[in-house]
Design a protein around this ligand. Structure first.
Ligand SMILES: *Cc1c(COP(=O)(O)O)cnc(C)c1O
Length: 360
């Protein structure tokens, strides 16, 4: 069996021990004689799985007791609407920091339900940096401020979490949750689609401070109301059972491997190896201002589109797949989430070196 190194932005690689454990338990989950896929979400066995997933995430992220953890469906994209629907009942106003494709979508949805305003943007330089932020920029009477902690497409990340004063900070953390340490207390709400750093696509994690729950706009559909899901412990309806099970296995794997501190060290090493090569290459160039370079998504270019194409094709043949860049940035992008082994990045860097040398 030949496994490839998958540099996709999402869905992305899962840790091999997790896949193996899931395979072992596929037909007969811990003596139940059934697969987790077939199991009632009201069974005691499943109850233990979903509670275990929540406990694991709470430990990993050191989530305070006054925050709820929700396992929802609809992807991060549904949160673009769910956040304003639920928080605009406090005050129908929100401030957005515009740092790329995803923040634009979040802003676009919020505008439909209230007064959304862009207070800072990096659009002037093709989203290659994170704007400088200061508390005085934010409307202190707004319901929330929205940021995207890692910009998956553009390859930037926040180095500091902004101080928003008394206004709740809402973060789309889809592509860097669990990749570095965050102080959850600084946020009112964190959301993340699973398919980058948590699990297969299909579950979305929401971590929300209790005082922000129960203020939804009257038009909010039941299924989009945080209060319903918080009261029902993410079991109001059938949850994405199998995805939550895999998420639990991923959380267990992280806990067994030193938690987020250890993961962050590895991620810094992987990213440094790639950026160092890019900084010294005459052929390949990174596209982001060094200070704001993402640890998870590394976009880069070669001198011509033909070279890009040739590179991606040859890399694919060498078992380094999904390196084509996003259509809005072009070039290439290597997504190196938690589950990407150090060896995968080493292989990529070696491959790039050889490719460049062959062009001389
Ligand atoms: C992938 C991604 C999304 C979209 O996630 P879906 O689960 O596909 O809706 C939103 N925001 C960020 C930062 C992402 O990386």
């Amino acid at each position: 069996m030949a496994r490839v190194y998958n540099f996709s932005a999402g869905p992305s690689m899962l840790p091999e021990p997790v896949l193996k454990k899931a395979a072992e338990e596929m037909l007969d989950y811990q003596g139940t004689g059934e697969s987790v896929m077939e199991m009632s979400h009201r069974s005691p066995e499943y109850q233990a799985i979903i509670e275990g997933a929540e406990a694991g995430l709470r430990t990993l992220m050191n989530i305070p007791a006054n925050y709820k953890v929700l396992f929802l469906q609809g992807g991060a994209s549904s949160q673009f609407a769910m956040v304003p629907l639920n928080l605009f009942g406090i005050e129908p106003r929100a401030d957005f920091v515009h740092t790329g494709t995803w923040s634009k979508k979040a802003f676009g949805e919020a505008k439909r339900y209230g007064n959304a305003r862009i207070v800072a943007s990096s659009e002037d330089k093709n989203f290659s940096y994170i704007p400088k932020l200061d508390k005085s920029m934010f409307d202190q009477t707004a319901a929330y401020v929205h940021i995207t902690t890692n910009n998956t497409i553009e390859g930037t990340r926040y180095r500091e979490i902004p101080d928003t004063g008394n206004v709740a900070l809402v973060a789309d953390m889809s592509s860097n949750i669990l990749s570095e340490t965050f102080d959850v207390k600084k946020f009112g709400l964190i959301y993340a689609g699973a398919q980058k750093n948590i699990a297969p696509a299909g579950v979305t994690v929401v971590i929300v401070r209790e005082d922000l729950i129960g203020k939804a706009l009257p038009i909010t559909p039941t299924m989009l109301n945080y209060k319903i899901h918080a009261d029902e412990k993410s079991l109001y309806n059938t949850p994405p059972c199998y995805c939550i099970y895999i998420a639990k296995l991923v959380f267990d794997w992280l806990l067994e491997n030193g938690g987020i501190t250890q993961m962050q060290k590895g991620n810094e090493q992987k990213a440094a190896a790639l950026y160092e090569f890019l900084d010294n290459s005459k052929m390949f160039k990174g596209t982001v201002v060094p200070e704001f370079r993402s640890l998870m998504n590394v976009p880069f270019t070669s001198p011509t589109e033909e070279t890009d194409k040739e590179f991606v094709k040859k890399a694919t043949a060498a078992g380094l797949i999904n390196l084509k860049g996003h259509r809005s940035v072009g070039g290439m992008r290597a997504s190196i989430y938690n589950a990407m082994p150090v060896d995968g990045v080493k292989k990529l860097v070696d491959f790039m070196k050889n490719f460049e040398a062959g062009k001389k």
